[in-house]
Design a protein around this ligand. Sequence first.
Ligand SMILES: [Zn+2]
Length: 327
Amino acid sequence: MIQDLGRVFAVPCRPRAAPLLAAGLLAFATTQALALDVVFDYRFDRHGFFDPATAVGAERRSVLEAAASVFEPLSDALAPIDPGGTLGSWRVAFRHPSWSSFFEEAVVENLSVAANSVVIFVGASPSNGSVLGIAEGGTITVTGGGSDFETLVTTRGQAGALDPQPTDFGPWGGSFWFNSNTPWHLGLDTVGLDATKADMLTTATHEIGHLLGMGEAPSWGTWVEGTSGNYRFTGPAVTALYGGDVPLDPIAAHFGEGVFSTVDGLPQETLMDPTTARGQREFMTALDYAALSDIGWQVSPVPEPATNALLAAGVLLLGARLRRRRH
Ligand SMILES: [Zn+2]
């Protein structure tokens, strides 16, 4: 099953038993040449979860920015959405990022989206469930402007997005909801990230991955084969790296649980598997970046050299713990 624009984007990510404790390392502090700009919009943050006037709100915003920086190696030329005049108008409806009831909707009219950027509306509200966060792309309605404007809004000029078997994806952005009942770890490093806490950086990175199409874009569906319970991803970059088709989860929205790849040559479970363990920080693996490539993103070599050393040290520690725990 493949979801497209207008459907719920993220399968909720739930904590898993036997969490791992990752030692502290700052992996995202190094700035890279900006390519894809992920812009966060807080207008629907009705509970002030991300209020920059509070220390904790500011810290949460910094975590989102760190997650966004992970996707700077994406260098597609996304066309701007600049509605108005003869260009036509558009609206997008999505789950309210701070919903009071699960199906509460938020609507934005004629959002302008700059070239090479996506906009993500963020918020939080309390939920008793174990879901950490939900991301979705919303439902787009285009009025006037002809088919060209509709194509612009829905593909951002990525021509392959219109192929019968889509090879590209050009989203406008999406919405994030975070569960404010979750005991979040907010650090950019992992000091204090223990088995009682869910890592916001890991969750935010995973959810941005969904909004950029992983598990969700029509061009992801192009590479899904098999049937429920036996879905496999067959994209050329992914299969070349993995040495064959990669198992997917039962709804083909993630890599299969426990699919491993590498971060800077060292083993780590893929970020885009269905779950995130409490106490654990996960990074984008080589296989996650390969999947972005297969669904149409131009992916520069990652990570940058200056980030490499930090990342390698962090993953060494994580890898050592993985081996101990998984005996
Ligand atoms: Zn997910």
